[in-house]
Design a protein around this ligand. Sequence first.
Ligand SMILES: *Cc1c(COP(=O)(O)O)cnc(C)c1O
Length: 356
Amino acid sequence: MLVEILVKKVTTGKPKPADDRLGFGINFTDHMFVMDYNTEAGWHNPRIEPYGPLSLDPSTMVFHYGQAIFEGIKAYRRVDGRIGIFRPRDYIARMNRSADRLCIPPVDETLVLKALKELIRLEQDWVPRSKETSLYIRPFIIATDPFLGVRPSFTYKFMIILSPVGAYYPEGFNAVKIMVTDQYVRAVRGGLGHVKTPGNYAASLKAAEEAKKQKYTQVLWLDGVELKYIEEVGTMNIFFVIDGEVVTPPLEGSILGGMTRDSVLTVTREWGLRVSERRLSIDEVVAAADAGRLQEIFGTGTAAVISPVNELKYKDKIIVPGDGQVGPLSHKLYDYITGLQYGTQPDKYGWVEYID
Ligand SMILES: *Cc1c(COP(=O)(O)O)cnc(C)c1O
């Protein structure tokens, strides 16, 4: 079915920040995509309109009960000058899986992809040009019934906003220090851990603040039942290289199935490495480090792509992989995957969707 997307443009756009001052998630483009849902019409009135505040009743359900989901996607200005979105169909499909868990009606994936391309085409001057900059794409859905009481909403708003973002590693590819918490948990199997929903982030804040006080950038979560098995880093999935085996925890419902995780698994298997999605206890990691067999640790996520970890703190133990420098696999994966994104590597997996 062909659905028209109405476009209402701004008369004058905002000034664009310089590429070296972009930061992350601070600046937003001139337009946004919006679509509404109600039970009679389903998803309807898809439109692109000037970026601006929403007016919502204070009783709007999302404020009180957190029925909401989101995605995080990136578009890149490629070396040939074209703009490519990385794996958008896969991210949109994941959004519908999140929708299902939160009792939110699914969106038409073809329409959303079309809307996303149209929005980026309109905003193409906002896609930054400097090395390692990109356009961050944030689709999200919120429950909009003005109602106090716990049930799925009858009305929703779907939106896409765009934010030009700076280089994640302006001072070069560098490593982070992470604290393993044995005090808080983020998710349990059967809960919302595998879903991109704001509540997971609300659950993570306190542990993250406490880690920051000790100069750790993020928290590594253990499983919510035994506090024994490695889960993820909250905004990133986590990989370990032990004796040449690339290990990441399996998707059993309590961690998010990251797209970057999937890209890394696909690529490392293609490279012929020994790759396992298996349970990995923190004790196994400690033992491997003690025996000198822990070669690398890195996180994966859309924002940083690959985030090498040069220190894990667990209880009073400090775990350092390899020689404490960024490991060779982390480097190779970062170079290769960003190469696919910026077009210095051929798109052999068909992961890039062009806007023109
Ligand atoms: C988004 C997210 C990730 C990373 O997923 P990508 O698809 O690679 O960006 C990891 N963990 C959580 C909890 C997330 O929300």
